[in-house]
Design a protein around this ligand. Structure first.
Ligand SMILES: C[S@@+](CC[C@H](N)C(=O)[O-])C[C@H]1O[C@@H](n2cnc3c(N)ncnc32)[C@H](O)[C@@H]1O
Length: 332
């Protein structure tokens, strides 16, 4: 298993399938100029499936989340999902996506064995969407969400980031809409992971701001901690239920002591945390000749990497340095 020196056990694997994306969200990517990973550096579909197999059979991983960049841009996605679904034991499998193209692929992904999706949507206003993402694709996301729901990729969760001066007033509107469509909405505090290094703690919309804004329209009752488990989202029952809303307060109320995640970048590096300053290379072992390439050796390297996981993200430390890679390259 993947245990660290603080006794935390990682059972949840986030796999980035590509660093490329068809949106340019201001809090994540620059408008242009980001250097893409070179094709030969990317893991192949076979390499990804092999690493997931090792994680599931040797390291106790029970949940796999595909992300990116935008994972729907990976041509082999449906095949990867199908092969992971055939593993024993079969992990739970989900996808974090911007929803563009999901209209076309949702049914095939469900059939291949995907359990559910998280779709990112920050606004219900097409003009604000265009400003936030620098692309005019709002309609595609809305259609993607509906297709995911119809295909049974449920519960369909929505991830929203609120940005000052852009969509900060939209929390109640987003929640009313999510309740109406039976989507589960979660707000994520903006983290310092943008490529431009423009994040400012003073300017960000906090979990406290979001809850205060939601309470102008809804009655929220906090869910018990047993129900939360190691999930990053704190959840509130909306107007007596059954709907819930989540807030992931990565900055103001970090959940590092309960973290159960390990991350794999699209170029085969293990990261213990989004904010880690170090990565551990699995690709070299995967591509080596001889005993270095064995499942046991790859599992050993992965275990060693996770053993060194730090106690926290370091965000509260005055010496905190933003990771070199932006969120799109780490895999969100
Ligand atoms: C990096 S994206 C990758 C997957 C996919 N392209 C998507 O849009 O969901 C994953 C999630 O990270 C969130 N995200 C990206 N940059 C962020 C930041 N600086 N702070 C908080 N969340 C961020 C996005 O809003 C999205 O919900």
């Amino acid at each position: 298993m993947l245990i660290d020196t603080y006794g935390r056990v990682a059972t949840d694997l986030r796999v980035s399938l590509t660093d490329r994306c068809n949106l340019r969200c201001t809090y994540c990517m620059p408008e242009e100029g980001l250097q893409w990973l070179a094709k030969p550096d990317l893991l192949t579909d076979d390499e990804i499936v092999r690493l997931v197999r090792i994680a599931v059979t040797h390291l106790g991983i029970t949940e796999v989340r595909f992300t990116g960049g935008e994972p729907l841009l990976r041509p082999g996605l449906v095949g990867i999902v199908e092969r992971v679904a055939a593993l024993t034991p079969r992990p739970k499998m989900s996808l974090t996506t911007n929803g563009i193209g999901l209209k076309r692929t949702a049914a095939a992904l469900r059939q291949a064995g995907l359990d559910r999706v998280n779709v990112s949507l920050d606004t219900l206003r097409p003009d604000v969407f265009k400003t936030l993402t620098r692309r005019d694709r709002h309609k595609d996301v809305i259609e993607g969400l509906a297709a995911a729901h119809d295909a049974g990729l449920t519960p369909v969760k929505i991830n929203s980031v609120l940005m000052p001066g852009l969509n900060e007033d939209e929390a109640p509107e987003l929640l009313a809409w999510a309740v109406e469509h039976s989507y589960e909405l979660r707000f994520i505090e903006q983290m310092p992971l943008d490529a431009q290094h423009g994040w400012k703690r003073d300017g960000m919309i906090t979990a406290g701001d979001i809850l205060a804004s939601l309470r102008t329209r809804f009655e929220l009752t906090e869910e018990g901690s047993e129900e939360r488990g190691s999930a990053p989202a704190e959840r509130w029952v909306v107007d007596g239920g059954p709907h819930r809303v989540g807030v992931i307060a990565s900055v103001t109320r970090p959940f590092c002591s309960a973290c159960d995640r390990t991350r794999l970048t699209a170029d085969g590096q293990v990261r213990t945390c989004l904010f880690a300053s170090e990565e551990t290379d699995l690709r070299a072992a995967l591509r080596a000749e001889g005993p270095e390439n064995s499942d046991e050796n790859i599992a050993r390297i992965w275990k060693l990497a996770m053993w060194g996981k730090k106690a926290g993200s370091g965000l509260d430390d005055p010496s905190f340095l933003q990771p070199d890679r932006p969120m799109s390259a780490i895999g969100g």
